[in-house]
Design a binder for this molecule. Structure first.
Ligand SMILES: [Cu+2]
Length: 429
């Protein structure tokens, strides 16, 4: 018999900053009729009855990084361990959302940093600890050292009736989850009813928080589409340090980071007013995807969404996509067939040459991207530039910018500890 459940009946999650990270409290509403029915169903499936519990999320400990502007280094992590150990009610489990270690070009030194992370973490009273890698742990060696210490980079497990999913969006070297892992996720979730509470934890945000700072996951939309049919999904992530951090990639040990990322979850519903949505959508054609995505994201965080409004929003998004497609084809049809100007951009650790490129509005141009040392990326979401180059392997794209402005470009292929500052800009006039 098919039953319909109140989507909010089962699980309520509250997040509190504990200075060192975030304390998340899960409260099943077993006392309501719907809540207890779902609770016993999940209990049968998982062999474990749901009950109230708490977890702690810690992130970006960057063990091995020491020096200005972060003189505390691993001491900050040691303090976090003390803070969690001092909690009167110890959490059931601790989730680490990546960048456990700071990378080193010397694999032996990086291995020592993993060992050091482990010995500090072992002082935690909570023994059930789960990890996902950050780009500093796994982007340079494809996750080899991480696997040696913690096992697979993506996996799932159940705890007290909640299904936890660890996703890896770093070890490909780029901010992607990848088709193989998405197929695994689909299969993993297929055995659960749509009402099952799910917690996904990963390093980078799965939505476009700030793509120009690499605060996003390229195929995050595809992941969200897999999660969208489920009614109670929470996504936890690390990676971002603070909302207005200008020198991302350096002040790594600020433990407030986690609380900030959780607070963003709490703050996001403000954007749900239809007025905000439309303003946002009008800002740039590419924002339509981001907006449709955010609606799903919010819904997945357990906020009740009005079904009708949601359907309407989806229809609007489809209409906008269709209109853009038509407009684009008209532009293509009218563009005279001239050979576009070619602009060469060369990359090496950790700079682009040139680092400012001027483009003319409505003039087609070919960007040819080369590297003189190792794999790098050139990524500007607003201009649709997404190129990769390795030594001796250039790539190119021809495009026509239709909007004036300055657009920041990043290297989105993790290339070492100076990677976070590897930027350039395109000025369209
Ligand atoms: Cu690079």
């Amino acid at each position: 018999m098919k039953r319909s459940f109140d989507r909010r009946a089962f699980m309520h999650i509250t997040a509190t900053s504990i200075g060192a990270g975030a304390l998340l409290q899960f409260m099943p509403f077993g006392s309501t009729a719907n809540g207890s029915t779902l609770g016993s169903l999940l209990g049968r499936r998982n062999g474990e009855s749901p009950g109230p519990f708490s977890i702690v999320q810690l992130s970006d400990t960057h063990v091995g990084f020491q020096g200005p502007p972060d003189p505390l280094g691993t001491k900050a992590f040691e303090r976090a361990v003390d803070t969690v150990n001092a909690l009167e009610q110890q959490p059931d489990l601790i989730l680490f959302t990546g960048d456990l270690t700071h990378d080193s070009d010397d694999p032996a030194e990086h291995a020592r940093r993993f060992a050091s992370f482990k010995s500090i973490a072992d002082r935690l009273r909570v023994k059930k600890r789960m990890h996902v890698p950050g780009e500093h742990d796994a982007a340079l060696d494809g996750g080899v050292l991480f696997r040696e210490h913690f096992g697979e980079t993506h996996y799932s497990f159940d705890h007290r009736g909640v299904h936890f999913v660890a996703l890896d969006n770093v070890s490909a070297g780029k901010p992607v989850v990848g088709a193989e892992q998405i197929a695994w996720l689909k299969k993993d979730l297929a055995r659960f009813p749509k009402t099952a509470p799910i917690v996904v934890f990963t390093h980078r945000p799965l939505f476009d928080l700030k793509p120009e700072w690499e605060w996003f996951t390229k195929d995050g939309d595809e992941v969200m589409n897999v999660l969208a049919p489920y009614d109670a999904v929470t996504v936890l992530y690390g990676h971002i340090h603070r909302p207005h951090h200008a020198t991302m990639g350096t002040a790594h040990n600020d433990r407030r980071e986690e609380a900030d990322s959780v607070r963003q979850i709490a703050a996001l519903p403000q954007s749900r007013h239809p007025g905000d949505r439309w303003q946002w959508q009008a800002e740039h054609p590419l924002a339509k995807r981001r907006r449709a995505h955010l609606a799903r994201d919010l819904r997945n965080r357990g906020h009740a969404a009005n079904d009708q409004r949601r359907r309407l929003a989806v229809r609007k998004a489809i209409v906008i996509i269709a209109l853009i497609a038509v407009a684009a084809s008209v532009v293509i049809a009218q563009t005279p067939s001239t050979t576009p100007r070619v602009i060469e951009i060369s990359a090496k650790r950790f700079e682009f040459t040139p680092n400012v490129v001027k483009l003319t509005k409505d003039e087609p141009v070919t960007i040819r991207f080369t590297s003189t040392d190792r794999a790098h990326g050139l990524f500007v979401k607003a201009l649709n530039i997404d190129l990769d180059a390795d030594s001796g392997k250039p790539s190119e794209i021809t495009l026509t910018p239709h909007e004036a402005g300055t657009f920041a470009a990043i290297c989105d292929h993790y290339c070492g500890s100076g990677h976070g500052n590897m930027k350039m800009s395109f000025v369209v006039e």
